[in-house]
Design a protein around this ligand. Structure first.
Ligand code: ADP
Ligand code: TRP
Length: 359
């Protein structure tokens, strides 16, 4: 195995020695927008990050986890709500297992190199590539549909440049750290393709491999459905926050929509939102048992109760940790300061390499 550099830094808050630059180091990186954090984010991004870390536990790995607060700014202009959400998302990561001593945890807005790389990569990003990005296209399609009925609209109605350039900023998030593996929900796979396209274009032009092409990691089970059966998402308002008091969690799960198949009648498991939800949390044996229960006509109420028990079992001991951090602004600020210090050792070095190639 190739040795990797160890850089000594004096001014970190707690440690004096950290690993900063890759050789055979596997770097895992993912981010979540601080616009609330729900069970879908846990299944799609947080859990697979920890699973990857255990998969590679015998190899040198580094984890970069961050709060994509610039991305959140596209939709959240209320500073109080944004601050609150940053605390909630950070406390959730920590309660679910992020180790603030081992993992590098930061706010995107504390890393100026990401913004600079975004500017540098803009000319390497064909506008057509961003025209085809899902979130932007969804807006345009909706506006087109609306303009066919009564209201005449601009096809870009409601689109700001933050939304339009979302995949470009996300590429800079990843490429600034030469990440190898990016665990995200399936809905982000196109963003990873865009990051690879942009990096490839830059590398080909400068005949370099400085920008590492990241690999997408998607967890089995695809996307967790929300209360209405569509993908769980804060923007659909069909989500279940990760840390709710037990009673509220149960109440929300009981609200999940179902069809009207009565108790005692066989239920179809294929493309059934409750079955898919349950499978995300259950072991293989539990999934097989549930399949049999569906065949025997379990009632929807009983399925929901089983979902609640599974989810709650995983969360109940973590609630205290969540409650501690969500109320500890100072402690979280220290974590972010330390995280930014560590993260910037990498992003500064990558940005310097990039600029040396260009200018
Ligand atoms: P939201 O759609 O609620 O705004 P984000 O876009 O902030 O959620 O997603 C953060 C991470 O969680 C991304 O990796 C995303 O792919 C993943 N994710 C979001 N919703 C789901 C879901 N319903 N199932 C699985 N993963 C999801
Ligand atoms: N797009 C991700 C989301 O859906 C958040 C995000 C921003 C991200 N930058 C990233 C994820 C870089 C992984 C890597 O919320």
């Amino acid at each position: 195995m190739t040795p990797y550099d160890i850089l000594h830094i004096e001014n970190t808050l707690k440690e004096t020695k950290i690993v900063v630059y890759r050789c055979d180091m596997k770097r895992i990186l993912t981010g979540i927008k601080p616009t609330g954090v729900h069970l879908g984010n846990w299944m799609g991004a947080i859990k697979p990050s920890f699973e990857l870390l255990s998969k590679y536990k015998d190899e040198p790995t580094e984890a970069f986890f961050f709060l994509a607060d610039f991305h959140a700014l596209n939709t959240c202009f209320d500073p109080i709500a944004l601050k609150k959400s940053i605390k909630e998302v950070a406390a959730t990561w920590i309660a679910l297992g992020l180790d603030t001593k081992k993992h590098i945890f930061y706010r995107q807005s504390d890393i100026p190199e990401i913004s600079e790389l975004t500017v540098i990569l803009s000319p390497f990003t064909p506008k057509g590539l961003l025209n085809r990005a899902h979130a932007y296209k969804a807006f345009v399609d909706k506006n087109r549909e609306l303009s066919q009925s009564d209201t005449v609209r601009d096809l870009d109605d409601g689109v700001n440049m933050g939304l339009f350039t979302y995949p470009l900023l996300m590429s800079a998030d990843i490429l600034s750290f030469q990440a190898d593996l990016v665990p995200v929900g399936e809905d982000n796979s196109q963003h990873l393709e865009i990051a690879r396209d942009i990096a490839g274009k830059f590398n080909r032009n400068y005949k370099t491999e400085t920008l590492k092409l990241p690999e997408l990691v998607v967890r089995k089970g695809a996307l967790l459905p929300g209360l209405d059966g569509r993908k769980m998402s804060a923007s659909y308002n069909n989500h279940i926050p990760v840390f709710l008091p037990e009673k509220k969690l149960r109440k929300l799960i009981m609200k999940m929509t179902t069809d009207s198949t009565p108790p005692g009648e066989t239920k179809k498991k294929d493309s059934n939102a409750l079955f898919s939800f349950y499978s995300n949390f259950a072991s293989n044996e539990q999934i097989l048992e549930m399949e049999q229960k569906y065949a025997k006509g379990i009632s929807w109420g009983e399925v929901k109760q089983e979902i609640f028990e599974l989810v709650n079992e995983e969360l109940k001991e973590k609630r205290d940790v969540y409650n501690h951090y969500v109320n500890s602004e100072k402690e979280l600020e220290d974590v972010f300061k330390e995280g930014a210090l560590k993260a910037r050792l990498v992003s500064k070095k990558v940005l310097k390499e990039v600029k040396d190639l260009i200018f």
